[in-house]
Design a protein around this ligand. Structure first.
Ligand code: RB5
Length: 159
């Protein structure tokens, strides 16, 4: 499994911890930055990771900022991305089983390294259950398609 990982300054330390952990587990990970603790804008990093996952260049993504919230909001703007904010192991398992989440978001100012490692381990190991959950995930994609189609209708024909 190939992982794209990124953070802003608020998630920088946690990113370094998770990168070492992925390395220990033998999981391939590419670091999309930030590469230093100086302030950067989280949407820039979330955009790069989310696009790389949506294009199929990576199997999954991990995004860290202070709260994980800004990363999650931004990543979910990219069609095909199902980013989940998880600060507990139960949610990490459930979001893989039920939502087929492809990006995990966490806050470096919210949880410590030990819990974050457990969350990552669980989230990477769990599979999507399909079945009734596939019907629901398909409905998420349908919302994206409905919006894009309506925007296309609204703008076509304008001079
Ligand atoms: C940066 O100060 C902070 O706003 C950011 O890391 C994140 O928490 C945003 O959601």
């Amino acid at each position: 499994m190939r992982i794209a990982i990124g953070s802003d300054h608020g998630g920088f330390e946690l990113k370094q911890t998770i990168l070492s952990f992925l390395h220990e587990m033998g999981t391939e990970a590419v670091d999309f930055g930030t590469y230093a603790p100086e302030p950067v804008d989280y949407p820039d990093i979330a955009r790069s990771v989310a696009l790389a996952v949506a294009k199929g260049e990576f199997d999954r993504g991990i995004l860290l900022c202070g709260t994980g919230i800004g990363m999650c909001i931004t990543a979910n703007k990219v069609p095909g991305i199902r980013a989940a904010l998880c600060h507990d192991v139960f949610s990490a398992k459930a979001t893989r089983n039920h939502n087929d989440s492809n990006i995990l978001c966490m806050g470096g100012r919210v949880i410590g390294p030990g819990l974050a490692r457990e969350i990552v381990k669980t989230w990477l190991a769990q599979e999507f259950e399909g079945g009734r959950h596939k019907r629901r995930v398909d409905k998420i994609a349908a919302v994206e398609e409905e919006f894009l189609a309506s925007r296309e209708r609204d703008t076509s024909g304008r001079c």
